[in-house]
Design a protein around this ligand. Structure first.
Ligand code: ADP
Ligand code: 5GP
Length: 188
């Protein structure tokens, strides 16, 4: 029986993963988004069960022990994890699923699911990242500095990925992302 495709979006904080993913879902049907669990505090505009499942450290650690996560990682000081059941069910139902996870998680997924298609979202410079994160205004100065400090190392992961999307111009980048997804669908 055919199985869905697994697309893994990664890239430094502020590169535009969330923005591009939302546009992709408006452009193409038949995609499922894997809603991660996190111990991070909810931002004002976020909705429980739409953006993340916000859980306590205790709950997260219990889920790790129960083997509920396909992958999990400590990212910028908080735990984030992908629920195993969501991914397995989607793929079995022949639905394409999109994960938006960090570099550590992307590596873990590729190791256990070699068919995963990793798409790295990047920007032309660290200065652009800083500007975008400042404009987004969702982090404290300390959190922002931490995210930028991690960005340089994260950017090196691009060369390991199957695809790189430079999100300089939003329209061009969103078209490229949709083309990548369509190319796998067309190939079967
Ligand atoms: P990520 O999910 O990778 O952390 P976001 O999607 O939240 O990044 O984008 C970070 C900020 O940059 C947001 O305020 C978003 O509106 C903005 N942004 C996204 N893409 C672009 C772009 N191509 N040009 C300028 N700003 C952008
Ligand atoms: P944010 O706090 O900005 O929502 O996300 C911070 C980082 O955590 C981003 O790089 C995001 O992609 C990553 N992330 C979100 N969910 C998961 C997940 O389930 N697993 C892993 N490993 N990283 C995640």
């Amino acid at each position: 029986m055919s199985r869905g495709h697994l697309f893994v979006l990664s890239g430094p904080s502020g590169a535009g993963k969330g923005t591009l993913r939302k546009i992709l879902f408006q452009q193409l049907g038949g995609l499922v988004y894997s809603i991660s669990c996190t111990t991070r505090e909810k931002r004002n505009e976020e909705i429980e069960g739409r953006d993340y499942f916000f859980v306590s450290y205790e709950r997260f650690e219990t889920m790790i022990k129960h083997g509920d996560f396909l992958e999990w990682a400590n990212v910028h000081g908080n735990y984030y994890g992908t629920r195993r059941a969501d991914v397995e069910t989607s793929l079995e139902l022949n639905c394409d699923i999109v994960l938006e996870i960090d570099v550590q998680g992307s590596r873990q997924i590729k190791a256990i699911m070699p068919e995963a298609v990793r798409i790295f979202i990047t920007v032309d410079s660290l200065d652009s990242l800083e500007e975008r994160l400042e404009d987004r205004g969702t982090e404290t100065q300390e959190q922002l500095t931490r995210r930028l400090r991690n960005a340089a190392a994260e950017m090196k992961y691009a060369r390991e990925c199957e695809h790189i999307v430079l999100n300089d111009n939003l329209e061009i980048a969103s078209e490229k992302l949709a083309d990548i997804v369509k190319s796998y669908r067309n190939a079967g």
